[in-house]
Design a binder for this molecule. Structure first.
Ligand code: GLC
Length: 726
């Protein structure tokens, strides 16, 4: 072979070889890898990677050795394996995992470091199960206590949600597992979730609802975001040009992939031009029917390919989607640093328990009548017969709830926890039954059976010298469950009446509640001790008993406001239009006055304020000291046991050119203090943090002036103030 041809061949080979290395070379700059890969893909291959190829995977490019994306639910652990193309369980035997506490529980810890622990542990389980994208966490805002999915989110305050979601995402993505922050945006109720049109002011949209997503993009560089089912300005959020191309991609510089919620895509033209990058879970006609192999019929499949081929939509639109998908693949599925991870390791159970212990909120702990000390922590020597009452003492709360449902190897119930600690002193009575139904069926409950369970509990109560009631919400339909909101602010199954009757029999009664949402507490005056536990996951029984026994001093604080009565929630004064909406249109008429912002503006006393939580010890704050742009306070543990205190910084503006809440959470720190110990807790006042979204300017704005600082143990604590001129 003559020299010239040989040289040409060698050059061609080396070019191909060098080219081949770029997109496959993990050392090469990401954008070069992306460009190189796109240059090698056919139009059809480009189309393949922007929509589902199964229930939970989107395609790669097998010919080029580019891997598919394996996705899975959910925010609290890896969902059980489903069949390739149906919602039925695949019945695998190696997909038992750790159920971590609900994200509202994580928010209730107010502990950024524990959020890192959570993100690291849960992503190790996703990695070990071979998943590249976890479909979570969720940061929709808890504007109503009726929202069936509130347990998957991080409370009513955008600042707290932002601070807690960022470490979780950073830790997960450091393991090479991408997060899929959801649901972008305004999916704050389950009623009419597929079609409700949310009307909200630009100010509330930016200050309250977009804020946690903005933090996750700017501070945690979240790899993917899930569009929500509802519409905004009449356009579905899975392909809403203004929110995705305008805000998310252009304003915030999001460079990852916008993934539709399952079945959230409704038409090709909007999906192509409205910023959707991966279409998941659609049926042939959008949601209702599914033929044998529908993936080629997806809106972003054949119909879109046709528009590209006809030149009706430029190739650049497709290439941008493909670039975002490839970036995500190279950051996860083809990331050489992606960890192997582990599943059901003791480290994960330890993390699960630690988060649960710090998320439990002690809401009341008084001396029962004629007793010398508060009822908690329990002194077992004092009691001979401890009666545990309630369906939630044994019911699995890791099952149910919808797409966040988990298949666990370990699911320690409160009753198991109490029995382990207090042995045969413990007796049990179910007290009420709740059936087991998720999504849209509800088990009918036989009133006679319910009455018999109640009678049995009251009978046993007469023999007990301590009662521990374990109830609350559960993961049934219309409790805390996807695809349906609650129907009442009151607890179900006759719990309130049962608690009142138990308390009348035995003054030593502790109420332990589970649930993702607040509820009415008509029995509160009659019970000396009350804990709210959110959902604690696999180690529930251990975490709860560690707090009740005093092994762990409770330190959780509320990420939501408990109203005395349902009508007190800020949106309620505006009627049905404000929730759940009329004719599938909902109007956020309370505007920015969500949660404590609204209770303070309305001068309505909550039952338990946002940021409130008790300890087994007590803390004293000194007078705050301002110096320059910092403020500090001395916190002393004035009790007899070690404990953790969450010092909150709220800031209000004395006078502003536009209406503002009296004060808003702008920082917080959690400190551990031994009895008698004092620590200085300081905050730097950051102007950017004090901006508001000006309605006049249609932009974030800092306004100079005098700011009032509250160093507080809850949003209602105004006893330690200072002012600062900025
Ligand atoms: C569901 C949920 C979403 C979940 C997805 C996949 O409808 O809205 O949160 O991740 O579908 O199960």
């Amino acid at each position: 072979m003559n020299k010239k041809i040989l040289t040409a061949l060698l050059f061609a080979a080396s070019t191909v070889a060098t080219q081949a290395q770029v997109y496959l070379d993990p050392q090469a700059p990401l954008e070069n890898r992306v460009k190189d890969a796109i240059s090698r893909m056919t139009t059809h291959e480009k189309i393949q990677v922007i929509h589902a190829q199964s229930k939970f995977t989107s395609a790669g490019v097998p010919r080029l050795g580019i891997r598919q994306l394996n996705m899975d639910d959910g925010p609290h652990g890896v969902r059980e394996e489903l069949e390739w193309n149906t919602w039925s369980p695949a019945k695998w035997t190696n997909d038992y995992i750790v159920a971590f506490p609900s994200l509202t529980c994580l928010a209730a810890t107010w502990n950024r470091d524990l959020s890192t622990v959570y993100g690291n542990a849960v992503s190790e389980e996703f990695a070990f199960r071979g998943k590249d994208i976890m479909l979570g966490p969720g940061v929709n805002i808890q504007r109503t206590p009726m929202n069936g999915r509130a347990f998957e989110y991080m409370g009513e305050d955008p600042y707290l949600a932002g601070e807690i979601v960022v470490p979780y995402i950073k830790a997960a993505q450091a393991n090479g597992v991408g997060c899929c922050l959801k649901h972008y945006v305004l999916n704050d109720q389950e009623t009419d979730r597929f079609a409700v049109d949310v009307n909200v002011s630009d100010r509330a949209l930016n200050e309250i609802y977009l804020y946690p997503f903005k933090k996750a993009v700017e501070d945690a560089h979240v790899y993917t975001i899930m569009g929500s089912y509802n519409t905004y300005k009449g356009v579905h959020c899975c392909h809403n040009d203004e929110l995705i191309n305008g805000v998310l991609k252009k304003q915030w510089g999001f460079d990852g992939a916008l993934i539709s919620d399952w079945g959230g895509t409704t038409n090709t033209w909007e999906a192509a031009n409205g910023g959707l990058d991966i279409e998941m879970g659609s049926y042939t006609d959008g949601k209702l029917k599914e033929s044998e192999y529908t993936y080629d019929d997806y809106y972003l499949a054949k119909p879109f390919e046709k528009l590209i081929e006809e030149g009706k939509i430029p190739m650049s639109v497709l290439d941008d989607k493909v670039a975002r998908v490839l970036r995500t693949i190279f950051r996860t599925a083809m990331n050489p640093k992606k960890v192997i991870g582990s599943q059901c390791s003791e480290a994960h159970y330890d993390a699960c328990r630690a988060i649960g212990e710090e998320g439990i909120v002690l809401l009341k702990n008084d001396k029962p009548k004629k007793e010398k000390s508060a009822l908690l922590p329990i002194d077992p020597a004092k009691y001979q017969k401890i009666l545990v009452v309630g369906d939630n003492a044994t019911k699995s709360l890791t099952l149910g709830g919808g797409s966040s449902e988990l298949k666990t190897l370990r699911d320690i119930s409160p009753l198991e926890g109490f029995k382990t600690l207090y042995g045969d002193k413990v007796d049990y009575a179910q007290g009420y039954m709740s059936g087991r139904a998720i999504y849209d069926q509800v088990d009918p409950i036989d009133p006679a059976k319910q009455a018999a369970l109640k009678a049995e509990a009251l009978e046993k109560a007469r023999q007990a010298d301590l009662i521990i009631f374990v109830g609350g919400l559960n993961k049934n339909h219309r409790q805390d469950c996807e695809n349906g909101d609650r129907e009442s602010y009151d607890l179900s199954y006759g719990q309130n009446e049962l608690i009142a009757e138990l308390a009348a029999i035995q003054k030593n009664i502790i109420v332990v509640m589970f649930g993702g949402n607040p509820y009415s507490t008509p029995w509160l005056e009659q019970v000396p001790a009350f804990l709210h536990c959110w959902y604690l996951g696999s180690e529930a029984g251990k975490a709860l008993v560690n707090v009740v026994s005093g092994k762990v001093c409770p330190s959780g604080k509320l990420p939501v406001t408990f109203a005395k009565k349902y009508e007190d929630y800020p949106y309620m004064k505006y009627g049905k239009e404000a929730y759940p909406g009329v004719d599938k249109k909902v109007y956020y008429k309370e505007d920015i006055y969500v949660g404590y912002r609204g209770f303070e503006a309305d001068k309505v006393q909550p039952q338990f304020p946002f940021g409130f939580g008790l300890s087994y010890t007590t803390f004293k704050y000194s007078k705050p000291v301002v110096s320059g742009n910092t403020v500090a306070v001395e916190v002393t543990n004035t009790g007899s046991v070690e404990g953790k205190e969450i010092v909150q910084l709220y800031v209000g503006m004395e006078k502003c050119s536009e209406d503002r809440p009296k004060k808003e959470l702008k920082d917080f720190k959690k400190v551990s203090l031994k009895p008698g110990e004092t620590k200085t807790v300081g905050f730097t006042i950051n102007r950017d943090n004090l901006k508001f979204f000006s309605t006049k300017d249609g932009a974030w704005k800092f306004e100079p002036g005098t700011y009032r600082l509250y160093l507080a143990s809850s949003s209602a604590d105004e006893s330690h103030q200072a002012t600062i001129d900025l």
